[in-house]
Design a protein around this ligand. Structure first.
Ligand SMILES: Nc1ncnc2c1ncn2[C@@H]1O[C@H](COP(=O)(O)OP(=O)(O)OP(=O)(O)O)[C@@H](O)[C@H]1O
Length: 301
């Protein structure tokens, strides 16, 4: 897809696919083109070029078929403050043309998913920011969309709601919903997303699982041990998984590609050499360093 606003190229050439049950994260700094990209996918913004296919079928701003299959949760809240959560959902269920019986069941399911059943009767104006955000997500789920698009759903919410949001998104993906998730919080992308597209200046600079992205820039995991000696170093050097070792008095640092896979073997090798291990720390390179490497700037610039 491509989108320009006058001279500004907001989305230059963005292309990706999301499978059912997969959570795809678009990670990028402010102004990277995330909202523009998802607005085109949701069919609320005209594209200048490119295609959006849902289950192989073209979809655009005039496609009702496509819109029925998408739950779009914008950054801004769209709720009636004087109505309760249940009344808000009832109103939106009518907009989505759910019949009465369908609506009744689905509203209770949705309240459960977003964790608001206990507060369903209270007017939304009495809700915390995070609760409003959760209800907003609930609205996007009413019509059972196979694709759910969330635009920075945790921006500015309290930790409890943030956790609730992340947990409901993971549960929905577990039920087969394809989720497109935008964020500039690296930890969220790492925790939630099966695949991540790093977007900057309207381009996807790299795409893959967290591990693939990290491998792309050649970063290694580091296992730091504090020990009572370093006589295990020659044995460690012989292990094929070990890429680099440094050691000094009372500590050994081992660089490997995948610390989770190699940790047991490394500890066994050290102990067999008669060295006592006092502490173990594993440092995995994160997406922040990948982002910095790819774009030359920090994620939160
Ligand atoms: N309607 C518009 N008219 C003009 N410029 C726009 C418009 N919408 C977005 N832009 C510009 O396009 C670029 C991409 O914006 P976009 O909102 O897609 O970024 P984003 O990655 O979602 O950022 P944020 O994290 O702040 O939401 C920005 O430079 C923005 O100023």
């Amino acid at each position: 897809m491509r989108k320009t606003f006058g001279d500004l190229v907001a989305v230059d050439d963005v292309s990706f696919t999301i499978e059912a049950g997969e959570t795809y994260g678009l990670l990028g700094p402010n102004g990277a083109g995330k909202t523009t990209t998802i607005s085109m996918i949701a069919g609320i913004l005209e594209r200048d070029g490119g295609d959006v296919l849902i289950s192989g079928r073209p979809h655009g701003t005039t496609s009702t078929w496509g819109k029925k299959r998408i739950g779009y949760v914008p950054q801004d809240l769209a709720l009636y403050p004087d109505l309760s959560a249940r009344e808000n959902l009832r109103f939106f269920a009518r907009l989505y043309a759910l019949n009465r019986t369908e609506a009744r069941t689905r509203i209770e399911e949705v309240l459960e998913i977003v964790g608001l059943t206990d507060r369903a009767k209270d007017p939304v104006k009495e809700y915390s920011g995070g609760m409003k955000r959760r209800l907003n997500i609930g609205v996007g789920l009413l019509h059972h969309p196979p694709l759910l698009i969330l635009d920075e759903p945790t921006a500015g919410v309290d930790p409890q709601s943030r956790n609730a949001i992340l947990e409901s998104v993971a549960a929905l993906a577990g039920e087969g919903v394809a989720v497109l998730y935008t964020t500039h919080y690296m930890e969220e992308a790492e925790r939630l997303c099966d695949r991540i597209g790093i977007i900057d200046l309207g381009l996807i600079r790299a795409e893959g699982t967290r591990r693939e992205l990290v491998a792309l820039v050649g970063e290694l995991d580091r296992i730091s041990l504090t020990t009572d000696g370093t006589q295990a170093v020659p044995e460690l050097e012989r292990l094929p998984e070990v890429r680099k070792i440094s050691s000094g008095e009372g500590h050994i640092e081992v660089m490997v590609e995948d610390a989770r896979k190699t940790l047991t073997r490394i500890l066994a090798t050290v102990t067999e050499a008669g060295v006592v291990v006092r502490t173990v720390e594993v440092h995995e390179p994160n997406l922040e360093s990948v982002f910095l490497h790819l774009t030359g700037k920090a994620l939160r610039d």
